[in-house]
Design a protein around this ligand. Structure first.
Ligand code: RB5
Length: 144
């Protein structure tokens, strides 16, 4: 069994969430789906808070959030202690968010990126370790 990961989206990115779930399952991840479970209009914050809370409490080491732009989900998630949510639409940012910021939630804008780029972003983000060192104190100070 691979690592477990929690994922959530609103209606605007529901279809991309479903595709990313399949992608992750194929790679051996155990995926917990926090919703939403259809295309009916919902409040992104409800799902962002569920995922961020689970990561903040240590129930899951990492999470993925999606909404139309990724902005609302970022705002919701980054209010939680210990959460470092990174909104990424390019591979350099996805990589750096892990290397320097130890991001523990990847946020994607379903109305901005295509499926293939989304898979690449997820794979890059999951495969990149935190560099630690001088970055450890910097990320620790975010929660002070
Ligand atoms: C939904 O229309 C949209 O506002 C939402 O998906 C997200 O982009 C909010 O930031």
């Amino acid at each position: 069994m691979g690592q477990s990961i929690i994922i959530g989206s609103d209606h605007a990115a529901y279809e991309l969430k479903e595709k990313i779930k399949s992608h992750l399952s194929e790679k051996g991840y155990a995926v917990e789906d926090a919703g939403t479970f259809g295309i009916e209009s919902v409040n992104y914050a409800d799902y962002g808070k569920k995922v961020a809370n689970a990561v903040s409490k240590g129930e899951f080491p990492k999470g993925i959030l999606l909404c139309g732009s990724g902005l609302g989900m970022s705002m919701a998630a980054n209010r939680f202690k210990g959460v470092r949510a990174a909104l990424c639409s390019d591979l350099f940012s996805a990589k750096m968010s892990r290397l320097h910021n130890d991001s523990n939630i990847l946020v994607l804008g379903g109305r901005i990126i295509g499926d293939i780029l989304a898979y690449e972003l997820v794979d890059t983000w999951l495969a990149t370790p935190f560099e630690g060192g001088r970055h450890q104190d910097r990320i620790a100070s975010l929660d002070e």
